[in-house]
Design a protein around this ligand. Structure first.
Ligand code: BES
Ligand code: ZN
Ligand code: ZN
Length: 459
């Protein structure tokens, strides 16, 4: 999708947003009477004083999808009267809504591919310079989100750990961040037994992907850790057929981290961020791990495996410990499709959040309030700790009846020591069906990328 500013080009179709007359997000489309060709898409924004950027995203997303159905290839966006200060921000929301809405995953369709390219002409822009800058920056972020969605939607026979690493290496070359991919022997030498154990029973061997964007001089280093299960069958604690269907997306946390790294590099953001993804497959084989097994972690703690389907926390325990010990980050955020109950609780709307640090939490929520992505903090209470204590090892990998999403997060907390930490359980929000907003189609969402980018940029 290409955007042009103040070209005064004659284009047959236009999007006209209106306040008041139309209900919020209501869409009317009229054939242009003058020349008999082209359309006017009239989108309602609701009451002017209630306007939010989220309404702009959704309304323009709806309009551009309609334009696609009408096979419109060029469209003029007539500016509404935002106040001057907010012009660039409003354009940002409009670009986000339109560019993300047109995403499709149809690479495996041999016919019926959707037309994706629409040229958009933004007219009556006052701050040309500012708007041009914000469009470039925004498209680098939305492109990164679409790359993340591509990885999430890719089936696990096409996207396995080495292929994920290949994609990251290609992005790194293109966008200018550093990447290092560690193979089994090196991972073993680091002592990451928990991570290796999860990925043991497959020919598609585990990889540790380390991404570095160090453009912030002597500023602090933020660590991002993403869960990277390219396939999670549950292992011997096998999932049922319905749940199995969705587990190609169990690397959504990794996809979000990769998306953020790509956006930071593309936009040359002057901050220090290191991303780590411990990627593997959890499948059933002769040498897969079994319920009852006891394994060690890189941190030295022993874990009794009660359920091989609670594998994410095992890989993350080692990835978190690695990023703190070896990469020397001073704050860390992990993002993971960790617990199915997060989906049951929040039903595709909120990402569950746990944190051990109120200041860090507040900074994160300030960013989230700007991007209007939804997060909800769950409590950490030491009483829950009982649920993850094992009689024969230091910890066990399931909380049994005890607060699924909370105990999973608290299990991870054991591996971050006192460092400011935020845990994002995106099991509810990483992939959606049905979609709950206009600019996120069914499937991978790329949740968290906009908020993490916003947080890092303003650090
Ligand atoms: N990847 C799943 C969590 C998940 C479920 C994500 C549904 C997205 C949609 C995770 O590895 C898992 O299986 N967790 C178990 C934990 C349990 C055994 C304690 C779960 O949620 O059932
Ligand atoms: Zn699992
Ligand atoms: Zn999983």
């Amino acid at each position: 999708m290409d955007f042009y500013i103040n070209t005064h080009k004659k284009v047959a179709s236009k999007i006209q947003a209106t306040f008041g007359k139309q209900e919020e997000e209501e869409l009317l489309y009229l054939t242009n009477q003058e020349d008999g060709q082209g359309y006017t898409l009239l989108v309602g924004l609701g009451k002017e004083r209630d306007l939010t950027f989220e309404k702009l995203r959704n309304s323009f997303a709806k309009a551009i999808k309609k334009a696609r159905t009408l096979k419109i290839k060029e469209i003029v966006v007539k500016k509404i009267n935002f106040n001057n200060e907010a012009e660039a921000k409003c354009i940002q929301a409009i670009v986000e809504g339109m560019d993300l809405a047109l995403y499709t995953f149809d690479k495996y369709k041999t016919t019926d591919k959707k037309q994706e390219k629409i040229d958009v002409y933004l007219e009556d822009i006052e701050d040309e310079e500012g708007v041009r800058k914000i469009i470039v920056e925004t498209l680098n972020v939305t492109t990164s989100i679409k790359l993340a969605r591509d990885m999430i939607n890719e089936p696990s026979n096409k996207l396995y750990p080495q292929e994920l690493a290949n994609r990251v290496m290609a992005l790194a070359r293109n966008s200018g961040f550093e990447v290092e991919v560690l193979e089994e022997e090196e991972i073993k030498a680091l002592g990451m037994e928990a991570f290796l154990t999860v990925g043991k029973g497959t020919l598609n061997k585990p990889r540790l992907i380390v991404m570095r964007h160090l453009k912030g001089g002597d500023k602090e280093v933020l660590g991002l850790v993403g869960k990277g299960l390219t396939c999670d069958t549950g292992g011997y604690s096998l999932k049922n057929s319905e749940s199995l269907m969705y587990m190609k997306s169990d690397m959504s946390g990794a996809a979000s981290v990769i998306g953020v790294m790509n956006a930071l590099a593309k936009n040359n953001v002057p901050q220090n961020v290191i991303g780590v993804v411990a990627t593997c497959e959890n499948i059933v084989a002769g040498d897969s791990y079994k319920p009852g097994d006891i394994i060690y972690t890189m941190a030295g703690k022993s874990i009794e495996v009660l359920n091989t389907d609670a594998e994410g926390r095992l890989t993350l325990a080692d990835a978190l410990y690695y990023i703190i010990e070896k990469e020397k980050v001073t704050k860390v955020i992990d993002i993971a499709t960790l617990t199915g109950v997060a989906g049951i609780t929040f039903g595709g709307v909120y990402t569950a959040l746990l944190s051990n640090n109120n200041d860090f939490y507040t900074a994160f929520m300030n960013a989230a309030n700007k991007t209007e992505e939804d997060f909800w903090r769950l409590p950490i209470h030491k009483k829950y700790h009982k649920y993850i204590e094992s009689e024969i090892a230091d910890l066990k990998n399931t909380g049994g009846s005890g607060g699924g999403t909370i105990t999973a997060g608290m299990f991870l907390q054991e591996f971050v020591k006192e460092l400011p930490w935020i845990h994002l359980d995106i099991a509810a929000t990483a992939a959606v069906d049905p979609p709950l907003c206009e600019y996120t189609p069914k499937g991978g969402t790329g949740v968290g990328i906009r908020t993490l980018y916003e947080l890092i940029k303003n650090k």
